[in-house]
Write a protein that binds this ligand. Structure first.
Ligand SMILES: [Zn+2]
Length: 494
């Protein structure tokens, strides 16, 4: 045999061995069995919690970027509602008004040497798009309970979370529980207002910092139990994504100045034409996808829970990284999890059909992966836009959050509770695509996690910020039980 034949046979044998090893590996690529004891039953008054949530929804605490547009009396009414509805909390915890309408509760612990924990929620909701009120099956601020769902703005984002925290604390006090660590309840008032100077959560975090407080952990909205029933991939599972970071956000305006004039004697390219080329330049140069450790962990956990073909594919994530990235970058819903996204959003030219623009501009909105900064994005724009007459102007932005560790006590408690409370959970760390109040607490905490303990379908998820926002009433009791257990475990190691 000649040398090339030896090489060919050698390569063939290696490939065969690899296929055989993968086939066997996939067969044993199963979920790790966690040896967790069953949780004792939790005393939860579900009817009371549902009534509380319904009442909370009926107070339209809508936030707007324009201060004068906000009905501050509704926020005052909401605070008053909390005071009256939760007499034990009112008696036992201290309460401070922070900024315009944010609330900070402190439940004093018995051991001041321990770092406190914080549970976050926002009181505000987004408005109902004018003209769509009639599209709702039940009015958006009715808090109507039809026996299956509780309807209304805030039922998922996130008065459900806030009310379940309050119900849990009220019940724990009634049961005689005293925390060892201080427990803070931080309820901002302007999370839904997209502005980098959102004042509520930021003010609370800065207040805590000014008092020299360092938090053991923070829990806020972000992930949830999301129904995952994909034929031939996952059978009747729930994806419990615990958000350990959130993407950054930045808007840049790109613009071209020109002489303008009458459109009857135009140059070959108007300012708008030049701008169009620049927009194409930016869209052509997308940020490179990267599989962060959280993503490989998420894929591996899904693989372990999946059908055999899925196991076959995902038991070798390390090897298939280039293929996975190539596939994910083609699907917008997947691409946003592996790369900094680029979206051209608003464009403007001249004010009339027969007027050449004196300035043409467009906005690019980027959502950055952790590790990519606003300055990186600006450098990227300067590099990829070939026309150097194009002006690049920062508008507003917020850096991406660092990743919270997944080996912290807080993450472990959450992951275990997810598994114990829903045996069909696939628990994994994940990256929150939108913004939350949680990011402001990075100045006082390293363990910032984002999870709402509710079982939700993708369809319901689509109703947040939209028409027919509603929560299945069957998941509300679990929310209260989750927070009772979470507080006991994290504040007292019970
Ligand atoms: Zn929210």
């Amino acid at each position: 045999m000649e040398l090339w034949q030896y090489i060919l046979y050698g390569v063939g044998a290696l490939l065969c061995a690899f296929v055989v090893v993968t086939l066997i590996r996939a067969a044993f690529f199963n979920e790790k069995k966690l040896d967790l004891p069953p949780l004792p039953d939790e005393d939860v008054d579900v009817d009371r919690a549902l009534e509380s949530l319904s009442s909370a929804i009926q107070i339209p605490t809508i936030s707007y970027p324009e201060h004068e547009k906000v009905d501050w009396a509704q926020f005052a009414a909401f605070r008053e509602f909390l005071v009256e509805r939760y007499p034990r909390i009112t008696q036992t915890l201290t309460r401070e008004l922070v900024g315009e309408a944010s609330v900070l509760y402190r439940w004093a612990g018995t051991d001041p040497s321990l770092d406190p924990i914080a549970l976050l929620s926002h009181q505000d909701v987004v408005p109902v798009t004018p003209g769509t009120e009639g599209d709702w099956t039940h009015p958006p601020f009715s808090g109507h309970n039809d026996g299956e769902f509780l309807w209304g703005r805030g039922s998922l984002d996130m008065k459900n979370h806030l009310i379940c925290v309050m119900e849990a604390v009220e019940k724990l006090i009634a049961e005689g529980f005293t925390p060892a660590r201080d427990v803070y309840l931080c309820f901002g008032h302007d999370e839904e207002v997209v502005a980098s100077d959102a004042a509520g959560a930021k003010s609370i975090a800065e207040l805590l910092k000014s008092r020299g407080i360092h938090l053991d952990s923070v829990i806020d909205e972000g992930g949830a139990w999301l129904k995952a029933n994909v034929p031939h991939v996952l059978n009747d599972r729930w994806l419990a994504g615990i958000g350990i970071s959130e993407k950054g956000y930045v808007d840049f305006e790109i613009s071209v100045a020109a002489k303008g004039g009458h459109s009857s004697a135009p140059p070959n390219h108007s300012a708008l034409g030049e701008l169009a080329v620049a927009i194409a330049d930016v869209e052509k140069h997308q940020f490179k996808p990267k599989l962060f450790p959280f993503m490989t962990q998420l894929l591996a956990n899904v693989g372990r829970a999946g059908t055999y073909p899925v196991k076959l594919l995902l038991c070798n994530v390390w090897l298939l990284k280039p293929v996975i990235k190539a596939v994910m970058r083609r699907i917008p819903m997947a691409a946003c999890m592996v790369r900094t996204t680029t979206a051209a959003t608003m464009a403007e030219g001249s004010p009339a059909c027969n007027v050449l623009p004196q300035k043409a501009s467009a906005i690019f909105n980027f959502r950055m992966m952790p590790g990519t900064t606003i300055a990186d994005v600006e450098r990227h724009l300067h590099r990829v836009i070939r026309n150097k007459n194009v002006q690049i102007q920062f508008v507003k932005g917020k850096e991406a959050s660092p990743f919270s560790p997944t080996d912290s006590r807080a993450f472990k408690v959450m992951a275990e509770l997810c598994k114990q409370m829903n045996a069909n959970s696939i628990v994994a760390p994940y990256l929150v695509m939108g913004g939350t109040d949680a990011c402001f607490y990075e100045i006082v905490c390293e363990n910032v996690n984002r999870f709402s303990p509710f079982e939700i379908t993708a369809e319901l998820m689509g109703c947040t910020h939209a028409t027919n926002e509603r929560i299945p009433i069957a998941t509300v009791g679990g929310g209260v039980a989750f927070f009772k257990r979470y507080i006991r475990k994290l504040a007292n190691n019970e």
